[in-house]
Design a protein around this ligand. Structure first.
Ligand code: ADP
Length: 562
């Protein structure tokens, strides 16, 4: 039974007791009143009055007979008869009590007969007085006295009976009164006990209920607040119960795992995320506040860094998607390996050539000495190129490069780049520039345009180890100038066309085996083109050569007009 039901029950009992007290308090006085009215007020008292009146009238009748006997006055005689009639009327009236006051019947009949006995004696007395028989009158008076005494005795019996009735009524009243007192006291005591119990228990229980309700409300509020706060936390937060069933799943968890909250809540975590089992194996230390990396296979493989706290009733997991960081980290370490290899190659050549010149310089022919010196120059340039690329990429990332915009004769820039590259290009490469004369000017930074073209051309040659055509073309396309660099080299998978523009991104070493690079060239190209309000993309198939395109906006004015 709940506390509320108990309280309701107790209050119901108290109300019932109070109603009972009220009913008893109303009923008993009514009964008392009825009883006294019936026996006492309606019957016994009037009866008493009638009997007393009868006695009085009979005494008066006797007195009138005595007065007549002395005076023989006719008026007194008439008065006597009317008194006798009144006595009869009174006796008749008394008979009406027979039904209501049982046991009186005999006495009333007796009173009537003794009254008529008195009447007989009185009439005799009056007759003897009329006959002037003085001694007979005296004898008759004595007889009257005797008869009257007997009548008086009956009247006294009737009064006594009436008194008994009133006494009985009073006694009954007393009894009913006592019953009332007892019932009221019992009910009152019960009521007071219950009220006291309620008084003592209810405030405490209500207080406790209020307290616990307050506590629950505060807890619910703080839970809701925590949940609201967790909605805005970018890290994933997952709460499982002791069975590992998910109870809470914030939007960060949805972002990290790609699984919506409604699909997660109520499901066991290890079933929802493949590999989660591995985490718990890997990782008892995790529950002590450490963190672990879990690969999770969703649409693509994602790496989650998971921290967890076991709080007895369940576990809270904080999840961060570190896929990007991990990729970056891998790229960085790849870069360190690549860059150090890239730097080492020209350094080795330079140091080899320099040593040869130092040790055997004198014995070398002038041509050979020249060749070694040329090697030092070329490799130093290459070294400087690599270092420049690394520095430029860093400056781009730090937002430290300045880019101007002016009307530029793109064709002449392209021609100068192609000419410069051609100087060093391997003989198997056939370089070509396709463009109409009189092209509209391009709005860009001429040095950066030169750099982009140079990078793309260098790549085209570098990734065409077997030689072939390398063609640069320029043609207007709407409001832009489209530049293209085509080669017939090793190409790449179309699916890599976007990735190769990422920083440090080099394709599978098996594809580019033997071809050095830092993975920064295309990244630099993309950043520069985009900063000049253009776009860049690539198309290729493995073994079928590659085409790199970029577009820059046309200038409104002609070259030199700005
Ligand atoms: P890298 O220094 O490695 O050349 P880039 O950023 O210039 O760096 O190029 C990134 C990757 O794109 C290269 O490692 C290579 O795999 C691929 N790539 C670039 N240009 C070409 C091309 N013309 N033909 C085939 N693959 C290319």
């Amino acid at each position: 039974m709940t506390v509320a039901t108990k309280l309701r029950l107790a209050s119901g009992v108290v109300i019932a007791v109070l109603v009972a007290i009220l009913a008893v308090a109303l009923y008993v006085p009514t009964r008392l009143n009825n009883a006294s009215n019936e026996k006492y007020g309606n019957d016994a008292i009037p009866f008493q009055g009638d009997v007393q009146a009868l006695l009085r009238q009979k005494t008066e009748q006797k007195a009138l007979a005595d007065r007549y006997s002395l005076t023989l006055d006719n008026d007194i005689e008439q008065e006597y008869f009317s008194a006798a009639l009144s006595v009869n009327d009174r006796l008749n009236a008394l008979t009406s009590y027979r039904d209501r006051l049982p046991g009186l019947n005999r006495l009333i009949v007796q009173a009537a007969s003794r009254s008529s006995d008195v009447d007989g004696a009185l009439l005799l007395q009056m007759d003897l007085a009329r006959a002037r028989d003085t001694s007979g009158v005296r004898a008759a008076q004595r007889r009257v006295d005797r008869q009257f005494a007997r009548f008086g005795f009956t009247a006294d019996l009737m009064l006594a009976q009436a008194k008994r009735f009133t006494d009985e009524a009073l006694q009954e009243q007393d009894q009913t009164y006592d019953q009332l007192l007892i019932s009221l006291s019992a009910l009152g005591a019960l009521g007071i006990t219950l009220a006291l119990a309620l008084f003592l228990v209810v405030p405490r229980r209500v207080g406790q209920l209020y307290e616990s309700e307050q506590r629950n409300r505060r807890e619910a509020e703080s839970r809701a607040e925590a949940a609201r706060a967790l909605e805005h936390v970018s890290d994933g937060v997952i709460l499982t119960d002791s069975e590992g069933v998910i109870q809470f799943w914030n939007p960060g968890a949805t972002t990290a795992t790609g699984i919506a909250e409604h699909a997660a809540i109520g499901r066991p975590l290890h079933r929802l995320l493949p590999n989660w089992g591995r985490l718990s194996l890997q990782h008892d230390g995790l529950h002590g506040g450490g963190s672990a990396l879990v690969p999770v296979q969703l649409e693509s493989e994602r790496w989650l860094s998971v921290t967890s706290v076991d709080f007895g009733e369940g576990v809270v997991y904080a999840i961060r998607d570190v896929t990007e960081e991990r990729a970056l980290e891998t790229m960085r370490s790849d870069f360190v390996a690549t860059a150090s290899h890239e730097l080492r190659t020209p350094l080795t050549s330079i140091s080899g050539a320099a040593r040869t010149l130092v040790r055997h310089g004198d014995s070398l022919t002038p041509d050979r000495r020249e060749a070694f010196l040329q090697m030092i120059v070329t490799e130093s340039d290459r070294l400087a190129g690599i270092v420049d690329q690394i520095l430029l990429a860093n400056r781009i990332e730090a937002g430290q490069i300045e880019i101007t915009s002016e009307p530029v004769d793109a064709l002449s820039i392209a021609r100068s780049v192609v000419d410069a590259v051609a100087l060093h290009a391997p003989p198997r490469i056939r370089l070509r520039l396709d463009a109409d004369n009189g092209l509209q000017a391009v709005a860009c930074d001429p040095d950066r345009l030169r750099q982009v073209l140079r990078n793309l051309l260098d790549n085209a040659i570098k990734y065409s180890p077997r030689g072939g055509d390398v063609r640069v073309s320029l043609e207007p396309n709407g409001s832009a100038m489209r530049f293209a660099v085509h080669d017939e080299g090793i190409g790449f998978e179309p699916s890599d066309a976007d990735a190769i523009f990422e920083r440090f991104r080099r394709l599978d070493p098996s594809m580019t085996r033997g071809i050095g690079g830092t993975g920064l060239g295309l990244y630099i190209c993309r950043e520069l083109v985009e900063r000049m309000s253009g776009r860049i993309w690539a198309e290729s198939r493995p073994g079928a050569g590659s085409s790199f395109y970029f577009e820059l906006p046309l200038a409104r004015e002609a070259v030199g007009a700005g």
